[in-house]
Design a binder for this molecule. Structure first.
Ligand code: HEM
Ligand code: HEM
Length: 141
């Protein structure tokens, strides 16, 4: 995938999770009901913070978005997060049956993170093309 498309997707997703995370924070503050604080914390940290980092890393190291492993990393993360957070919400609201769903989705997120670690350690994206492209752009504009 074109790295711009992938990093834009990460940025848009990050912004959406930020909006949800903040809305939850404000709601918790206003209502005094903090029962979902762990969901709020992970919407912000796994959603907003981590996704913004994936987008930024893809901008500086564009080749990290290329290939099947990068696509698998993107989709395992983006399937795992909403399922994990949705099931965790149900779990914290008293639906004990949701617990195995939290577990399976967490494992999916873990797989995504391992794929990311593999890409970083195997040197995928270890070029300066993003930085030199940015430098090129600022020279020519
Ligand atoms: C308008 C913005 C926000 C509001 C009003 C808000 C509000 C809250 C509230 C009420 C709690 C529950 C505290 C408790 O019961 O212990 C909480 C916990 C938490 N929030 Fe936020 N939050 C906001 C933004 C954020 C952001 C942007 C992040 C991360 C990037 C974040 C990360 C956390 C974490 C990690 C916890 C758990 C802290 C703990 O371990 O007790 N929050 N927040
Ligand atoms: C699959 C990924 C993850 C799982 C399954 C997970 C699970 C958990 C669990 C079970 C707790 C204890 C909750 C409690 O005692 O109520 C916790 C707490 C916490 N985690 Fe995570 N975590 C994950 C990823 C992360 C990441 C990536 C970050 C930071 C970038 C993070 C930050 C925190 C923080 C700040 C707390 C304390 C606040 C809270 O209890 O919600 N977690 N996490």
């Amino acid at each position: 995938m074109n790295h711009n498309t992938r990093s834009h997707a990460w940025f848009r997703l990050a912004a959406l999770y930020f909006a949800i995370g903040i809305a939850m924070g404000v709601t918790m503050g206003a209502s005094g009901d903090h029962s979902l604080f762990a969901v709020h914390a992970h919407v912000n940290l796994l959603g907003w913070v981590s996704m913004a980092l994936f987008g930024l890393i893809a901008t500086v190291r564009p080749s990290i978005t290329e290939g099947r492993i990068a696509t698998a990393q993107f989709w395992t993360y983006n399937m795992g997060i909403p399922v994990m957070l949705g099931a965790l919400t149900l779990r914290l609201k008293g639906f004990a049956q949701a617990e195995p769903v939290v577990a399976v989705a967490s494992i999916l997120i873990g797989v995504s993170v391992l794929l990311f670690v593999w890409m970083v350690f195997s040197g995928v994206g270890e070029t300066n093309e993003g930085l030199s492209a940015a430098a090129e752009e600022s020279r020519t504009s």
